[in-house]
Write a protein that binds this ligand. Structure first.
Ligand code: SAH
Length: 373
């Protein structure tokens, strides 16, 4: 057999759920506790070299080296912003790439990860949408982003950098359109034998795939963010085309259901501030009617421009006025501070490198878009 053929057969240990890891070690004739040991090496110690996993029996290690590997996405390039934000371009294959962003703050280190190469949702104000959609990331590629970031941060030598404390699925892609690969990754993030992040420190953000939101409520209990961006269906149909399939009333029902089921605190509604489009006081009042008294908070995101966009960022005064209107009428609202825009790492600026995109995008064709169950 050629070397390439052997490599193809190797199982990637990264991204195997507990049960999957146990099943794998059993195929090697080993006890299930070996799976816990492997998890501990991978996620607690960040070790990717099987030969360094020194408390594993030698014969088992030899078997593993033959049959398994720890395969993380290759870093194509790394960028650092003046504000300390870091962005990495990661290889998906010879032509495709995706991005992840690390945002340091005094009390936390947030990693913003991607779930797909490109995106099919076609939101009109998002640069990822302009790229079209290529493919879903695997669980290993999703988990691999956190694994890699921890390795890179640990070796940077910068005193202000800490390991990842928070993960947000707010990079490229619609995570709920890649449900099958995303949910196991969420489990590995929060499992005490995995990255052991509290469920409140892992946030999944969706443009509003309502059926998948109900399924998510059955499968996990991480924090939920929803890209709202408009108070009425007419405008939201234009900005977030999935709204034509699942309008606002249906979306909000799914949100309250999620919070009920998960005993969660509140849904964070993302709202991009577009000059003259969705930033009027009347629109703020409309939002109040939708959200007052509900477990909701609004996160206002100043629009981040990208080449070719028709939109402009709302003025600082308009954002302030909008926020005050919400707060004065009893709806929690914060303004997201723009980070990393000098390296195109801010919200909606992640473009990666998407070739071979499928032509079907949500805006072109609402029915028949392949949204994985
Ligand atoms: N597809 C998911 C995950 C992406 S999260 C979702 O839509 O929720 C990224 C957030 O940044 C979303 O709320 C998205 O709407 C917002 N965003 C997209 N483009 C933006 C831009 N140009 N400026 C500011 N925010 C943007």
């Amino acid at each position: 057999m050629s070397e390439a053929a052997v490599t193809l057969e190797r199982t990637n240990l990264l991204g195997l759920e507990r049960a999957g890891m146990e099943a794998f070690v059993q195929t090697l004739g080993s006890q299930p506790f070996r799976a816990r040991q492997l998890w501990s090496w991978l996620y607690k110690r960040g070790e990717g070299r099987i030969e360094e996993m020194t408390d594993l029996a030698k014969a088992f290690r030899a078997q593993l080296i033959e049959r398994a590997e720890v395969r993380v996405p290759e870093i194509i390039s790394a960028h650092e912003s003046a504000d300390g934000t870091r962005k990495w371009l990661l290889r998906a294959d010879s032509k495709q790439a995706f991005e992840m962003v690390y945002i340091p703050e005094p009390d936390r280190g947030t990693l913003c990860i991607s779930s797909q190469v490109g995106c099919a949702m076609d939101c009109s104000f998002c640069s990822t949408a302009q790229q079209g959609f290529n493919r879903n990331l695997t669980t290993a590629e999703i988990v691999g982003q956190v694994w890699l970031a921890n390795r890179e941060l640990g070796t940077s030598g910068r005193p202000d950098e800490r390991a990842v404390t928070n993960v947000v699925l707010m990079g490229m892609g619609e995570p709920l359109a890649n449900f099958r690969n995303v949910v196991p990754a969420l489990r590995i993030f929060t499992d005490d034998l995995g990255f052991d992040l509290s469920r409140r420190r892992v946030t999944i953000s969706t443009s509003g795939l309502v059926p998948q939101m109900y399924k998510l409520a059955e499968e996990t209990n991480v924090a939920l963010a929803v890209s709202l961006h408009a108070p009425d269906d007419e405008l939201r149909n234009e900005l977030v085309p999935i709204n034509r399939v699942h309008p606002i009333a249906e979306l909000l029902e799914a949100c309250w259901h999620y919070i009920d089921e998960q005993n969660g605190r509140s849904v964070t509604f993302e709202y991009v501030m577009l000059d003259g489009v969705n930033d009027s006081v009347a629109q703020a009042r409309h939002l109040v009617r939708l959200l007052k008294g509900k477990p909701a908070k609004l996160n206002l995101i100043p629009f981040n421009p990208f080449p070719g966009t028709q939109y402009r960022r709302s003025s600082a005064e308009a954002i302030q006025r909008f926020r005050d209107e919400l707060i004065n009428r009893g709806v929690l609202a914060t303004v997201r501070r723009t980070r990393g825009d000098d390296i195109d790492a801010a919200c909606g600026q992640l473009a990666g490198r998407v070739n071979d995109r499928t032509k079907v995008r949500l805006g072109d064709k609402l029915i028949g878009v392949s949204v994985q169950p």
